[in-house]
Write a protein that binds this ligand. Structure first.
Ligand code: UDP
Length: 272
């Protein structure tokens, strides 16, 4: 078999040329980075779980009419996706204060925001992905006004849908990052959802205990990141015996010490 041509290697994924023009294969690695790649490590089995979680989320979003790059999962670590021209903007949706907004505005982690916030960051590692406004996007022509309207309305729908989807399994969607890409159809182009949606790019807190179930476990050296990612997948009902995931229900209490994330506010403290 001839070796596939690698198109791009990112921090957590590799993109290979796909089987047909206009397609790519997205390979999920176990590598984890934080703080603009200053901190590097691996989370065993992360790639396998994120492949499954992202497949599940993108499939559910397609069902509510969100156009996405996802075509189908190919195997444990790979999915077939449509090739897009990536819009160089990270779209962050926030429901609860956490992460960079706390530092920037002096908020306390866990404070609910008066309403959902959309933020835009310019995708440039060398600059540390700076926060930008729609004025910058228009000024430097990173996306058209029309594209930004589509992106913002899709982002809000995605947030509403995912808040409900996670709430149904007792998980609070604190914040998350989306990326969009352009596809060209004749003389026209449109934006569709690209990249991935997984605990790498979302903050997910257990609603009852406030345990962190996302990459903050790695960022903040809390430990138990494998178990946390598996637990998200298990609650969504997407880990089966043959996937290398836990065969039986994972008892969180066994990991309680390791999964405790030390968040304030929002949810009540667990009963001992
Ligand atoms: N995020 C991401 N990639 C980035 C920056 C942020 O996936 O390059 C996600 C992050 O996981 C969180 C949300 O976007 O769910 C908001 O991140 P924040 O701005 O608080 O930055 P951080 O605290 O991660 O530096």
């Amino acid at each position: 078999m001839s070796r596939r041509r690698q198109i791009y290697e990112g921090k957590a994924k590799i993109l290979y040329e796909g089987p047909e023009p206009g397609t790519l294969i997205q390979y999920f690695k176990d590598d984890a980075t934080a703080f603009n790649a200053d901190k590097k490590g691996t989370i065993n089995g992360k790639g396998v779980i994120n492949n499954r979680i992202s497949e599940y989320v993108f499939t559910r979003l397609a069902h509510i009419g969100i156009p996405t790059h996802f075509v189908r999962r190919l195997n444990m670590r790979e999915q077939l996706v449509r090739q897009v021209e990536i819009v160089p903007i990270e779209v962050v949706l926030r429901n609860v204060a956490a992460g960079s907004i706390c530092k920037r505005l002096g908020l306390t982690e866990g404070d609910p925001l008066p309403h959902t916030l959309i933020e835009y960051y310019y995708k440039d590692d060398a600059l540390g992905d700076p926060l930008i406004s729609e004025e910058h996007i228009a000024c430097f022509n990173w996306a058209s006004q029309e594209e930004m309207q589509d992106i913002a309305s899709m982002a809000i729908r995605i947030n509403d849908f995912l808040c409900g989807m996670f709430a149904a399994v007792d998980i609070r969607l604190v914040d998350f990052k989306l990326e969009f890409g352009r596809i060209y159809e004749g003389d026209f182009s449109r934006v569709i959802l690209a990249d991935e949606i997984s605990p790498d790019g979302c903050r997910l807190w257990d609603m009852k205990t406030n345990d962190k179930m996302d990459k903050d476990r790695f960022r903040q050296d809390l430990g138990g990141e494998e178990e946390a990612y598996q637990e998200v997948a298990r609650r969504l009902g997407i880990l089966q015996n043959d996937d290398g995931g836990p065969g039986e229900v994972l008892d969180m209490s066994a990991h309680r010490g390791r999964l405790r994330g030390g968040t304030k506010g929002a949810a009540p403290k667990p009963k001992k």
